[in-house]
Design a protein. Sequence first.
Length: 370
Amino acid sequence: MVRHDSSASDWFTADASALGVALVFPMQGPAGIFGPACELCARLAAEEVNRAGGVLGRELRLVPVDGGAPPREVADQVEALVDLGVVQGVTGWHISSVRQALAPRIAHRVPYVYTALYEGGEHTAGVFLTSETPRDQLRPAMVLLAHERRVRRWFVVGNDYVWPRRTARAAHAYARETGGRIGGEVYLPLGTHDFEPVLRRIERSDADAVLLLLVGSDAVRFNRAFAAYGLHARCLRLSTLMDENMLLASGPSATVDLYSTAGFFASLATADTLDFHGRYAARFGVEAPAPGSLGESCHEGVLLLAALLRRAGTVDVTAIGAAADSVSYEGPRGLLRLRGGHVRQRIYLARADGLDFDVLTELDPHGTRP
């Protein structure tokens, strides 16, 4: 579904005065829980870019596309927007299955800034990535928990698609580095509601930690079921995909001993983060969805896309790729630089504390600091 706030003709005709950007984010399915924050954070960035003069003398105009639809359908819709000349770039948070369907269709034609944490290994020309990969995010978190919490035996619970499976594959190696192991793995369809069979397997295992690789509302339902089963008393949980909206939906009683690792948390008290929260609240109100790590990534996606276009001085994707390694941008996480198509960034470990996260430490990217 391509959604719009004006008339259909505004979106489906090319406009030489505007630079169209397909904003691909989930409006349905398990990831729909943080879709509203993704949209608002991207809108804030686009408005600020436009107030500063736009990009290449043109106004940045977002064209929302439902990234929660089936991957091939999303790719069809975005490719149609590119064919029509409605969009000259693509960004947004969506799962890896969507990225894998979309990148071969459009990345050689327009720049594609992918903002979701992912399994690593994406090197398609024209694709630029702002978020975390397992080596920099999961590995140091597992090393630290092995030192601080004596975690040795892990049990993986993930959705059944490329990101959880490849992340778990990497986790086997990370566990072995600390003398541990992955003792069990379960992969469930997106939209799972019944977790009792999984919880019974965890209960019968000797696991002292669960690596949680579930998306959105699936993770929320798992957290509630996990706590109701009483497993929080013997197993900590570590998630690489758990933002403040998911924490709020889970509820404080369901997030005891739950850890999250990410490049951004709303509770980070840096000058850049506080300034971002102030601008977001002033624009959308204090009742707006929390701009956690997943929503914030869409803000950065717009900023990076604008920076890429400005640096190249053109919408030509080949020229953009040639100039990419000299691109930097300043956002809620401070000044960030692009290298090899990926943003170099700081990663943090946090622990759930009621309805918020307590950021414990910045992780050592080499995973060697206890």
